[in-house]
Design a protein around this ligand. Structure first.
Ligand SMILES: Nc1ncnc2c1ncn2[C@@H]1O[C@H](COP(=O)(O)OP(=O)(O)OP(=O)(O)O)[C@@H](O)[C@H]1O
Ligand SMILES: [Mg+2]
Length: 248
């Protein structure tokens, strides 16, 4: 018997892109996230935040290192197996939303459950869409929605099945502050009420303060972390990174 496993564990994960110009998007990243934790990932553009989420969720394959989800190794080299592994257990909110253009809002939200062959709690789905302010948009298609509305559909889609692990890449990037607060509260509730583990990329210190821990990335490495973050402290830390006062 082992001790309680982490919801997510990365062991020395590295990922390099490109042949001609090689970019080390992740370098030796190790981390452990306990169940029911809410982690924010921050860092400059190009520091590897999306790459971290994509490899940790098995959407992209790491060059080296191990990724364990609930103690089970995720092998992204076999795409079919990785997809099956993710299904029902990992949710993803993409930076670019990735909604299906031919499906309505309602169909988009129900799709992951349909694919996974699990029954959907339609009342829960409906409540979620009301919560994100889209209860009256169920029959519309993504092209008929604003960027922020599409983002909220993507969030509802990712959390409707209550995946144990939820990755969200700038889930509030296209939202005004009131909508962003609503989404962040929703993510916080997913963590507290359902014990979900959330990893969220954000550029916004206000959003990061909803998390219980912030990881700071620079040039593909975790260079710092902050527990029980507060907006002002996170903003100050980011400013220090920008002016080079903290060695990265
Ligand atoms: N598919 C790809 N092919 C080649 N290089 C890539 C690819 N995806 C990412 N990169 C490179 O890897 C590095 C990390 O990119 P990544 O998208 O993870 O950054 P990010 O921190 O998410 O940035 P942003 O805040 O702008 O979204 C960058 O230098 C980027 O150019
Ligand atoms: Mg990104």
């Amino acid at each position: 018997m082992t001790a309680m496993e982490d919801a997510l564990r990365l062991e020395s994960v590295s990922k390099t892109y490109g042949d001609r110009v090689r970019v080390a998007a992740l370098e030796n990243v190790s981390l452990s996230l306990p169940y029911g934790s809410f982690t924010a990932v921050m860092g400059p553009s190009g520091s590897g935040k999306s790459t971290l989420l994509n490899t940790a969720s098995g959407l992209e394959r790491a060059d080296t290192g191990r990724i364990l989800v609930g103690g089970q190794e995720l092998d992204a080299s076999d795409e079919t197996a990785a997809t099956r592994f993710r299904r029902g257990r990992i949710g993803f909110v993409f930076q670019s939303f990735n909604l299906l253009p031919t499906l309505t809002v309602w169909q988009n939200v129900l799709l992951p459950a349909r694919i996974a062959g699990t029954s959907v709690d339609k009342r829960h789905a409906r409540r979620l869409l009301d919560r994100v302010g889209l209860g009256d948009r169920l029959e519309q298609r993504p092209a008929e929605l604003s960027g922020g509305q599409q983002q909220r559909v993507a969030i509802a889609r990712a959390i409707v099945t209550r995946p144990a692990l939820l990755f969200a890449d700038e889930p509030t990037g296209a939202l005004d502050s009131a909508r962003a607060a609503e989404v962040l509260m929703l993510l916080g509730e997913s963590v507290r009420e359902y014990g979900q583990t959330v990893v969220m990329v954000t550029h916004d210190p206000v959003a990061a303060a909803y998390a219980d821990r912030v990881l700071f990335l620079a040039d593909g490495r975790i260079v710092d972390e902050m527990r029980a973050p507060e907006t002002a402290g996170v903003a100050a830390r980011m400013a220090a990174f920008r002016t080079g006062k903290v060695a990265a």
